[in-house]
Design a binder for this molecule. Structure first.
Ligand SMILES: C=C(C[SeH])C(=O)N1CCC[C@H]1C(=O)O
Ligand SMILES: [Zn+2]
Length: 597
């Protein structure tokens, strides 16, 4: 029979969930107000609401731990109590929590408002990361201009965040210890509910590294043809030449790297502009795909309250984000959208977050999260894997040509590989660096040089100019200064292909034994069976451990690199042949540039 205490606990949790929804709503509104309009008043308001909510959560927590919840028989009740028993940074004494919140808000402000001067005109000094510097990194083919933007962005952010970041590390580690974790790394990994998680990630990287080495070697060979001695034959690739501020995705330099240069390159940016796509149409197109597979349309308030373009009259955090206001109705995206292929993909990525919010909105509030954080990052990307197929681009009129010959298909697969394969080492090294920082293995005096050691070891990239430990290059990446964990993206880039294989099988678009239905040509558009299978997994939220969730959709209970490798198999084969033909050196020798302590 149900213990009296468990009956009391049921009533208690109903009340607590109601209070928690209201707290989360109040907190998210205050955070949104600051992130969408960076003023001191909005910062003060956000800090005040955070302090208020922390106080209430601490009082609630004191009640939660009075229950002997480990003995409860009801699985959902026990799991909710377990989650409530982890207070997080609210466990810090009030003034320390306030300091921690102030530091991360301050670093976000520095990052989001940083401006640099133009390469060829030092009286134009209002260039921001979005859209100006992002566009330059994507489109300039002038190594000197690329170097200027790369260095000046880091000068504008790194030194100003350096001391704040050191204090942030100490305060967040103190909060972790108050939650009985050794440090923040352990607290961040707790969400994956698996003591073997780091080993699993290392093993996935070992399986995927050979594919990365091939695309890295091929791109270095092509870049050397284009840029000459700026690129060494056997060394790491200079990071500023790869079309992206962090060299985390290289699709912007596809046009002079294509396997079949005289065949077609899918230039979505040009096509979107040629067809006068607006920001609204980009998001409506994304919504249309989700609706077509029986997921949900965006509620009216989404269109009224989202901010989808950079405002002209105020400073805003431009890094794209999706927001759940925990009232089951209010869901928003904030994105400084430009009419580019990258932002077209990002719109799908962010709307994937909102679809997940909506699918689990009727779960108890503590279960309204991803099965793990990697799931949340994978939903939108999963849809983009269908969208970016030539078959789908033709369906929605973004690809004119009628035919799909093997060379065109391989060119397209290569472009997708410049996003997906290339990202893997970066997705891994970001938290390899941070876990070591939180664990004290990397001390402040070596923050920057250890960063460049990891960048060379995993990504095979080097800085365009020598760095020192006075620089603080990790701060040049949003997630570092905003305290957003990053291994979630590595997880996402692996599991999204497992999800893709499952939904494509359900849609009859992929069959392992039928060469006429390869995984990389699958498009699940308008297939409600695929959508319904995806929906069943999303509706679980974090109510079950993530192996249960992934099993619902894929039948597997583990992360598995085989789906990604299956998707890119034709490209992997082509790269190996091409690199052999060109006698290209695979891997990289030590950098002649780097970091001087
Ligand atoms: C689009 C978002 C917001 Se969740 C993002 O930060 N992403 C998406 C891909 C990887 C990572 C990045 O930009 O570094
Ligand atoms: Zn995301």
């Amino acid at each position: 029979e149900i213990e009296e205490e468990e009956l009391r606990a049921r009533d208690f949790i109903q009340l607590l969930n109601k209070k928690t929804e209201e707290q989360n709503n109040r907190l998210t509104l205050a955070h949104w107000a600051y992130a969408s309009n960076i003023t001191d008043a909005n910062l003060q308001h956000q800090l005040a609401v955070s302090a208020e909510v922390a106080k209430e959560r601490k009082e609630n927590w004191l009640e939660v731990i009075k229950f002997n919840w480990n003995t409860f028989s009801d699985y959902d009740l026990k799991r909710q109590f377990k989650k409530y028993s982890k207070l997080g940074s609210d466990a810090l004494p009030e003034e320390k929590l306030n300091r921690l919140n102030k530091i991360t808000s301050e670093m976000e402000k520095i990052y989001s408002t940083a401006k640099i001067c133009a390469f060829d005109n030092n009286s134009t000094c209002d260039l921001a990361l979005e859209p100006e510097l992002t566009q330059t990194l994507a489109n300039s083919r002038n190594p000197e201009e690329l170097k200027h933007v790369w260095v000046e962005w880091r000068n504008a952010v790194g030194p100003h965040c350096r001391l704040l970041f050191e204090e942030y590390v100490d305060l967040s580690n103190e909060a972790a210890r108050l939650n009985n974790f050794t440090n923040t790394a352990e607290s961040w990994l707790d969400g994956y509910e698996d003591p073997q998680f780091r080993q699993q990630i290392e093993s996935l990287w070992e399986q995927l590294k050979p594919l990365y080495l091939q695309i890295h070697a091929y791109v270095r060979f092509q870049l050397k043809k284009k840029y000459g001695d700026v690129v060494s034959e056997k060394g790491p690739i200079p990071a500023h030449l790869l079309g992206n501020m962090w060299a985390q995705r290289w699709r912007n330099v596809a046009q002079f790297n294509l396997p079949y240069p005289d065949k077609e390159e899918v230039d979505l940016t040009a096509e979107l502009r040629a067809q006068n796509y607006t920001v609204d149409k980009i998001f409506r197109t994304a919504e249309d795909f989700f609706k077509s597979i029986n997921l949900t349309e965006m509620p009216q308030t989404f269109w009224e309250r989202s901010i989808l373009e950079k405002p002209k009259d105020r400073e805003m955090v431009c890094h794209a984000s999706a927001w759940d206001f925990y009232d089951r109705k209010d869901f928003r995206i904030k994105q400084c959208t430009a009419i580019t292929m990258e932002h077209f993909t990002t719109a799908h990525h962010e709307m994937g977050h909102v679809e997940y919010f909506i699918q689990y909105k009727n779960q108890p509030v503590k279960f309204r999260r991803g099965a793990n954080s990697g799931f949340h990052e994978a939903v939108g990307d999963l849809i983009s894997l269908s969208v970016e197929s030539r078959k789908h681009l033709r369906k929605i009129g973004l690809l004119k040509s009628e035919s799909d010959d093997p060379e065109n298909v391989l060119n397209n697969l290569f472009q997708i590989g410049l996003d997906k394969i290339v990202f893997l080492p970066f997705g891994y090294l970001m938290d390899l660096w941070r876990w070591d920082v939180f664990e004290g293995k990397i001390t402040p005096d070596e923050y920057n040089c250890k960063w460049w050691e990891l960048r060379e070891k995993y990504q095979g990239v080097e800085p365009p100019v020598n760095r020192t430990d006075q620089d603080f290059d990790p701060a040049a990446k949003y997630h570092i200064i905003a305290s957003v964990p990053y291994i979630r993206y590595f997880v996402s880039f692996v599991i999204q292909f497992q999800f893709h294989r499952a939904v494509c099988e359900k849609a009859g678009q992929y069959d392992a034994n039928d060469p006429s239905k390869p995984l990389h040509e699958c498009d699940i558009y308008q297939n409600t069976e695929a959508g319904n299978a995806l929906k069943k997994m999303l509706q679980l939220g974090s109510s079950r451990p993530w192996p249960d969730a992934i099993e619902v959709l894929t039948g597997q209970r583990t992360m598995d690199a085989s789906a990604l490798l299956e998707y890119f198999k034709p490209l992997h084969k082509w790269l190996e042949q091409e690199n052999k033909k060109n006698k290209v050196f695979i891997g990289w020798e030590k950098s002649t540039k780097g970091c001087v302590n």
